[in-house]
Design a protein around this ligand. Structure first.
Ligand SMILES: Cc1cc2nc3c(=O)[nH]c(=O)nc-3n(C[C@H](O)[C@H](O)[C@H](O)COP(=O)(O)OP(=O)(O)OC[C@H]3O[C@@H](n4cnc5c(N)ncnc54)[C@H](O)[C@@H]3O)c2cc1C
Length: 490
């Protein structure tokens, strides 16, 4: 890897001739079946799970590190930007290709290469699905701790690139805490390994810089993940409240009492009603909010924590206490939490899922403001969120066939981000910046901060072709935060 002078968000637009020549070369390298250029197939890759559409020039499916390296080298030779893509479940437009970029799909690199249960680590290819890894190592009493709600379909490569989290990351930490090493095809085609199996590195922690880099620092082709031992005992509790504030205050009081539960998740009434109609988990649909608390560890410690958590919830006026009696009941409660996004389809056909973080103490006030913003824009909002770490997920639900509704959705979303940051929070908890929040970066970072981030990016990407125009705003939009992505909002 060689250093380069800092550049900010290079904007590489591929010419049609360059893309055609690249596609021709890729067919020679990978064969016709693994290089797609038909309008229908390109259409399938024009966006991720966000509302931002772009345009792919070519989609290709390498199966080895050597092939990824050759694809990247060919892209550089033809000056065509490339976008790594896992499962496309990202919600910030990170995997959305712009201006005819080449999409490098990692879905066919989906092998678990080795599992070492003694040292609790595994080497995987980036296309391995998150839940498939946990299922594969369950026989050893181990699991992969980051558990995004999308874990049935998102890839480990995408988790690494977005430094993803999940309900159980409160106690265990987000993806970065579970990645020991990454093999990366650098944007100039070099192959390097960042980090090590032991977790020790000499010099700078470049593994740490790569995790969360959203495809801008190269393509992860092999990942060494830390595996976590299954806890000997787990207890899952459900509390319901007449006010969202009481639930949020319970969360703060549990942490203040010195406990860090495995998970602390909240849902508001509209969300509970949608989930209950969807899966029938016996959730109280008349409650203003429910709080899900899971504690894990040695059996005697777990029982002690259950008693302490229940006492705190009662002191904050919870209406009822439900402690899951067996694995089936626990699984049903979690199914309710993890299918919340799917359940919204019962209310309206479309949703826009937001992701911001606020300090825990600000939760009640920011949630109140979120409701007020949605009402002012004549929109419905459902809240389901990682309350323990203040990670809000307001879901704006709507029918996009309604004229003008998208303008209201974007205006409300913009305000939600601004009130979160104003409350001392941050732009994103786990979904990343991508295109969605790129032009809001100046809300949090000065132009000097952004230059420093651009310099780091340029040190990894001397070509300016790795997922360009994502995350870092162009200099002209610094200090003037508003949505002007290159992709089209749909
Ligand atoms: C219903 C739903 C629920 C979700 N819940 C959560 C949640 O609880 N927590 C959470 O954190 N996220 C959540 N997400 C967002 C998303 O699932 C995660 O960000 C996930 O990690 C993305 O993985 P992916 O394989 O789909 O990546 P993609 O969407 O394909 O890509 C995401 C980013 O990673 C880059 N990338 C992908 N693979 C590689 C690679 N091998 N090397 C380098 N860069 C790469 C892409 O360029 C892009 O910038 C949710 C999404 C949905 C739709």
């Amino acid at each position: 890897m060689t250093a380069a002078s800092p550049t900010v968000a290079p904007s590489a637009v591929a010419s049609t001739d360059a893309v055609d020549a690249l596609a021709h070369e890729l067919r020679r390298l990978l064969g016709v079946e693994r290089v797609r250029t038909s309008a229908t197939e390109l259409g399938l890759y024009r966006r991720d799970a966000s509302n931002i559409e772009g345009r792919a020039g070519v989609v290709c499916f390498p199966t080895t590190t050597a092939e990824v390296r050759e694809v990247v080298r060919a892209s550089v030779r033809h000056g065509v930007p490339f976008v790594a893509r896992g499962s496309g479940t990202g919600l910030a437009g990170g995997a959305t290709p712009l201006d005819g970029a080449i999409v490098v799909s990692l879905t066919r690199m989906n092998r678990i290469l080795s599992v070492d249960p003694v040292h609790r680590l595994a080497w995987v290819e980036p296309g391995v699905l998150n839940l498939d890894l946990t299922r594969a190592v369950a026989v050893h009493g181990l699991h992969f701790a980051p558990d995004p709600s999308s874990q049935q379909s998102c890839s480990i490569g995408g988790n690494v690139a977005n430094n993803s989290g999940g309900p159980h990351c409160l106690a265990d930490g987000v993806t970065s805490a579970h990645v020991l090493a990454v093999e990366v095809v650098m944007p100039d085609g070099d192959v390097v390994v960042l980090g090590s199996e032991s977790g020790e590195v000499d010099g700078y922690d470049l593994r740490g810089a790569f995790v969360g880099s959203e495809g801008m620092c190269g393509i992860a082709t092999r990942i060494c993940v830390r595996l976590t031992q299954d806890p000997p005992a787990v207890r899952t509790m459900l509390f319901d409240y007449d006010s969202v504030a009481d639930g949020a205050h319970t969360v703060g009081a549990i942490i203040a009492a010195g406990m860090v539960p495995a998970a602390l998740e909240m849902m508001d009434q509209l969300c509970v009603q949608a989930v209950e109609a969807y899966i029938g988990a016996g959730l109280p649909t008349d409650a203003a909010a429910i709080l899900l608390v899971e504690v894990a560890g040695p059996p005697h410690a777990v029982e002690d924590e259950v008693e302490r958590v229940v006492a705190i919830a009662r002191a904050h006026r919870c209406r009822s206490v439900r402690v899951a009696q067996d694995d089936a009941e626990r699984a049903l409660i979690w199914k309710g939490r993890k299918t919340a996004f799917g359940a919204v389809a019962r209310i309206k056909p479309n949703y826009y899922l937001h992701d911001t973080v606020v300090p825990r103490r600000a939760l009640p006030e920011v949630l109140r403001q979120v409701q007020e913003i949605a009402a002012r824009h004549d929109l419905l909002v459902m809240n389901v969120f990682h309350a323990g770490d203040g990670n809000l997920h307001p879901l704006l639900v709507f029918d996009k066939r309604e004229p003008g509704v998208m303008d209201r959705v974007h205006a409300a979303g913009d305000e939600i981000v601004r009130v979160s940051v104003a409350a001392g929070g941050v732009l994103s908890g786990e979904h990343g910046i991508g295109l969605e929040k790129r032009d809001l970066m100046p809300l949090m970072f000065s132009s000097t901060d952004l230059e420093a981030q651009a310099a780091l990016r340029a040190a990894f990407d001397t070509t300016g072709l790795a997922n360009p125009t994502k995350v870092l705003p162009s200099p002209s939009s610094c200090g003037d935060a508003h949505h002007v992505p290159d992709g089209a909002w749909i």
